[in-house]
Write a protein that binds this ligand. Structure first.
Ligand code: ZN
Length: 152
C-alpha cells in the first residue's frame, strides 16, 4: 500500500467518491492500493468552488478532517495527456497541467486515522496499514443498513 497527501477540500471530494482524478506533478509506475491522506494544509480558495459544492463539502463531515488518513482507493492508471497539451477524457476534476492519477474502487474509512503526511507518493507506516486494513475488513463483515435477506 502506498499513500498520497491531498489538501482539503479535495481529499473530501475523493473520499466521497466524486473526484476520481488526483492531479499530480509527476507520473508513477505504481498501481495498486492507495491510501488517501488529508494533509494539514487547506486550500481555502477552493472551498467555494462549484465542483467542491457539487461534492457536498461539509466541514462537519468526519471526512473533512485534516492530518488524517480518510479513504482507500485503487490507483488504476495515470494519464499524462494534459502535460503534453493533448485532450483527454478525465473530466472536470482534471487540471490542464498535471498528470491525472485515475482512482477506482474508492472506499471512505469509517473514521479518520490521525497520521502525518508527506509530499509525493509515500509509504505508510506498517501500523497505519494494519489499522486501515482492520477497519475495512471489519466494515465488510458487518451487515449494512438496508441490506435485505439474501436473494433466492
Ligand atoms: Zn487525463
Amino acid at each position: 500500500m502506498q499513500a498520497i497527501s491531498v489538501r482539503q477540500p479535495w481529499a473530501f471530494a475523493i473520499a466521497r467518491g466524486h473526484k476520481r482524478i488526483s492531479n499530480q506533478n509527476l507520473p508513477t509506475a505504481y498501481r495498486g492500493t492507495l491510501l488517501i491522506h488529508a494533509s494539514m494544509r487547506v486550500d481555502l480558495d477552493s472551498c467555494d468552488s462549484p465542483l467542491i459544492r457539487t461534492a457536498g463539502w461539509d466541514v462537519r463531515d468526519p471526512l473533512a478532517t485534516i492530518g488524517a488518513a480518510i479513504a482507500v482507493a485503487e490507483l488504476a492508471d495515470v494519464c499524462s495527456a494534459a502535460v503534453r497539451d493533448e485532450e483527454c477524457g478525465c473530466g472536470p476534476w482534471a487540471d490542464r497541467d498535471a498528470h491525472h492519477w485515475r482512482l477506482a474502487d474508492i472506499r471512505a474509512l469509517p473514521r479518520p486515522i490521525v497520521s502525518l503526511g508527506r509530499l509525493g507518493l509515500w509509504q505508510p507506516l506498517p501500523s497505519l496499514v494494519t489499522e486501515v486494513t482492520a477497519m475495512l475488513s471489519a466494515e465488510r463483515a458487518a451487515p449494512r443498513l438496508g441490506d435485505g435477506p439474501p436473494a433466492r
